[in-house]
Structure formats: C-alpha cells, structure tokens
Design a protein around this ligand. Structure first.
Ligand SMILES: [Zn+2]
Length: 311
C-alpha cells in the first residue's frame, strides 16, 4: 500500500488521463520512500480492466488479470529493469549495476506491437546503469516511439549522465514524515516488539526513508553485544570481546552504518544522562568512534579497528 506522495500520484494520474504524461520521466527522491510503488500504481491505473471511466477517483483493483500481470512484472507491455539483487550467505543483500544486456531488452519491447494503448519501460535505480547501458538507453530516449513511456527512478540523480537527465521531465518525491513511516511499520506488523520511542529515534536518523529505519532496526540486534560491552567494559573477558569484534568485522561494508548507529545511541545517552561522569564517558567514546571511522577510511583491518574500540 502506498503511504504519502498523494500530490505526485494525483499529478501523474492527471497527466495519464489527459494524455499529457511526459514520454521520459525521472522520478527522484530518497531510497526506500515508495517511488516504485507510485510508478506501479500509475501503470496499474492505465491497464486495470476494472477501470472504465477516466475519473481520477477510480483506483486500480489490484486483482484483475492485467493488474496481476503488472504486479508480477509479467505484463507484455511493461518492461521493468532494475539492478539485480543477490543475497550472500551471511544475509547481506548486494546489488549489481544495470548492464547493457538489460537495456537491450528495450529494443525487443519497442519492436513489437503493443497489446494495449501504451507501453511502459521502467528503470529502477537508473543511476546504477553502466556507461554502456546509459549510452544504449540514450538512443531510445532520443528517438521516442509513439505511446511508449520511459520512467526512470533514482535516489541520486547527480550520478546519471547529464544527457539522460536533460531528456527527462523531473518529478521530485518528498521524504516521508515520521507519522507516515510509523503507519507503514504498523501496517506491516514489523518490529512489533520495538518500542515507539526507539522507532521514533531511528525515524529521525533515517531522514524520511523506510529503508534506513528498517535497516537500523535490523542492525540493532547486531550491535547489541557491542553495546553491552561498551556499558559493562570490565566484566567481559578478553576472548569474548575479540570474538564479538570478529563477528561484526565480517560484513565490512556494514561498518560505516554500525558506527553511525553506535554514535546515535551514544548521543542519545549523552543527552539523557545528567551525571557529568556519564556524559564524559559517552563523549570520550564518541571521539573513539570518530577515530575508528577515520581508520576505516584509511583501510585499516576491520577486526583491528573493532578490537581497538572494545578493549
Ligand atoms: Zn485491475
């Protein structure tokens, strides 16, 4: 279900109904705020078999054969291109670039007759295209086929070639508000055991993106042992500290995020505590994490950085 973005969705539907949808559209906004869901809703609106009049009040049914085909990315008039995701053994999801082979599929779609009145090409996270892929796409954007619509989404439009950006109409999506993000978590039933306060804190840190709040809540469990050591420094045996540092160091790419979370927790404790001794402890530790971040940027071994932080 879409949360927020009412104005943009209304605008898009209006363009669609009035035959004024830009042929190349660039949808920009933070990662994880629901841009692709809005794009999907627009396409559903176009193809849904239950929508008879062009009234804006009509919403797609999400259950007719056309809607189901679109939702499962199987509709012959809609091509979805996105970076491929791969989950490694330790559960970390990594994405790869959008390659030229994926962009070449566009030609197959363009060459066949549309079953319906329109064709859509969606490129999610378009800034992940390789240079070759960008150049191949440019050719299609330069010679647009009638009734074929390109919709690109990005959370970092500056990474896109200027020649692509300049050919697209830009539609900017706002970040979600704290109450909108909260309603998503309530609907999904995720993190039911997490306190309201905790969710709110991460919403503030996440800057209006559901993705970063989810990630923070998931990572929370991983930083918990680290946090316990930090709070009870002397009572934990040396070998245990080394073991925990080793565990955390396994996902090197997650370290900047872990540092960010530890800093957020420390800052929170700093302001929540009145005792000067506590305040100075948290302040010192914040400085140590700053040092750790610098070491990480200098490519020091992650195990070494974490052990230094814990010992
Ligand atoms: Zn439908």
């Amino acid at each position: 279900m879409i949360v927020g973005h009412e104005d943009n969705l209304k605008q898009l539907k209006q363009w669609l109904n009035q035959g004024q949808l830009p042929q190349s559209l660039l949808v920009c906004g933070l990662k994880g705020i629901g841009k692709s869901l809005v794009v999907e809703e627009l396409i559903l609106q176009n193809f849904c078999q239950k929508i008879s009049s062009s009234s804006l009040q009509n919403t797609p049914c999400h259950s007719c054969p056309s809607c189901l085909q679109i939702k499962s990315k199987q509709h012959p008039d809609v091509l979805w291109i996105a970076p491929q995701e791969k989950e490694s053994d330790d559960g970390v999801v990594k994405t790869s670039a959008i390659k030229i082979e994926q962009i070449r599929q566009i030609q197959d779609v363009l060459q066949r007759y549309a079953l319906g009145s329109k064709q859509f090409i969606v490129i999610e996270n378009a800034d992940e295209m390789t240079l070759q892929a960008c150049n191949a796409l440019l050719k299609s954007l330069e010679e647009p086929k009638k009734d074929c619509y390109f919709i690109l989404t990005t959370s970092n439009s500056q990474r896109l070639l200027i020649t692509i950006r300049s050919r697209c109409f830009k539609l900017v999506f706002k970040s979600l508000s704290a109450s909108e993000i909260k309603s998503i978590f309530t609907q999904n039933g995720d993190f039911l055991e997490t306190s309201e306060q905790e969710i709110e804190r991460w919403i503030q840190m996440g800057g209006g993106s559901v993705d970063s709040v989810t990630k923070a809540l998931q990572q929370q469990a991983r930083i918990e042992p680290f946090w316990q050591i930090l709070k009870t420094q002397d009572t934990i045996p040396f070998y245990k500290k080394v073991q925990i540092a080793g565990e955390l160091a396994k996902n090197k790419e997650e370290l900047p995020f872990i540092f960010m979370m530890l800093k957020a927790k420390l800052k929170h404790e700093f302001f929540a505590n009145d005792s000067q001794a506590d305040k100075s402890f948290y302040r010192d530790y914040l400085n140590r994490i700053d040092d750790a971040e610098r070491s990480f940027e200098r490519h020091l071994k992650p195990e070494f950085i974490l052990e230094t932080l814990l010992l």
